[in-house]
Write a protein that binds this ligand. Structure first.
Ligand code: NAI
Length: 332
């Protein structure tokens, strides 16, 4: 099977190499088709997201992606935003679960963040009105709003989940989130057997901090989803453990929630679990369910044993030691 691999920047090469090793140990033979994206690609190809990279993903349809650096406030537009818009990867799916052996104030967290990936404030519609005054457009369309809420309900139906919570700020952004809320309510009517809840995003933050086990499937627009994903990662052990998928009608790109972590890049300290679990989601997506489960079990066993864990998990190990443990358990 051929799957596209983007190593990305910062810790990207370290965590992608670790992930390929664990996937191989789980017994899946993947022919990785390497293609560039990120700050390095900007240097070598003159574009952080070269056309050939989009073409390669269109050809093979499924990709595993390491994180890509985006400079703040200058230089090129976010590769991630361009990739998601260019391939119409409209749904970001981030399962957030309590993991054994990872100490947090919460247990029994088992929720999924579903984020609209193509619009909102990330549509890239910004301009300078006059010097000192800029405008960013928060784009919400009926088509994309209905599509993402329907996706969340379908996910709930297929996964046997009971409640979909739509998160919004419709009291302040009356038109944009007003439309989104209207769409969410209409789609909810199509799924009478799944409970629908609607909550202001600030209340959701408060309730997540108090008791995240109350939530099941959360669906929201782009920026809220970005923030809530990191917050939820913090509830279950940090960015090193939460996987993700960007899904569209035709293509799928799997990547961790975390970024390129320049503060630890090249030091051998990156935790590969988030990308390893993203690869497990990829394997399930392409029909290798048994291998995906083997990898998830290997993650649990590695965390329970507590051997070779990286510093973010309270250990004194390295990317190499934790990867060796993951691969050993995945091979069983
Ligand atoms: P970040 O997620 O890269 O790092 C935040 C903190 O979490 C850092 O202290 C980092 O060391 C730690 N961390 C993240 N992943 C880790 C892992 N696997 N193991 C251990 N510790 C980990 O967020 P930051 O610093 O805001 O962003 C850095 C760059 O990454 C930026 O250029 C940003 O645009 C980009 N980014 C890319 C994403 C992507 O490609 N999907 C997603 C988020 C950010």
């Amino acid at each position: 099977m051929q799957v596209v691999l983007i190593e990305g920047d910062g810790i990207g090469p370290e965590v992608t190499a670790a992930t390929c090793r664990v996937v191989a140990a789980a017994g899946v033979k993947i022919d990785w088709v390497r293609t560039p994206a990120g700050a390095e690609a900007a240097k070598t190809h003159g574009d952080p997201l070269p056309d050939e990279t989009l073409e390669v993903i269109r050809r093979y349809r499924v990709a595993l992606k390491g994180p890509c650096t985006t400079p703040v406030g200058k230089g090129f537009r976010s590769i991630n935003v361009r990739l998601r818009q260019g391939l119409e990867l409209f749904a970001s799916v981030r399962p957030v679960t309590t993991l054994p052996g990872v100490m947090t104030p919460y247990d029994k967290v088992d929720l999924v963040v579903v984020r609209e990936n193509t619009e909102g404030l990330y549509a890239g519609l910004e301009h300078e009105v006059v010097p000192g005054v800029v405008e960013s457009v928060r784009l919400i369309t009926r088509r994309a709003a209905e599509r993402i809420v329907r996706f969340a309900f379908e996910l709930a139906r297929v996964r046997g989940r009971r409640v979909v919570t739509f998160c919004h700020k419709a009291d302040v952004m009356r038109l944009s989130d007003g439309l989104f809320l209207e769409c969410a309510r209409a789609v909810a009517d199509e799924f009478p057997f799944i409970l629908f809840d609607e909550k202001p995003i600030d209340n959701v933050c408060l309730e997540l901090a108090a008791d995240p086990s109350r939530f099941d499937v959360l669906v929201m627009e782009n920026l809220f989803g970005d923030l809530i994903s990191d917050l939820c990662a913090g509830l279950v052990g940090g960015l090193g453990v939460v996987p993700g998928a960007n899904l569209g009608e035709r293509y799928a790109v799997f990547e961790a929630v975390h970024g390129s972590a320049p503060d630890i890049a090249g030091k051998g300290l990156a935790n590969p679990i988030a990308l390893v679990r993203s690869a497990a989601m990829l394997l399930e997506h392409v029909g290798h369910r048994a291998a995906a489960e083997r990898i998830e079990r290997a993650v649990v066993k590695t965390l329970q044993a507590g051997v070779g864990l990286t510093p973010d998990l309270g250990g004194s190990g390295t990317t190499t030691t934790i990867t060796a443990e993951l691969a050993r358990h995945a091979a069983k």
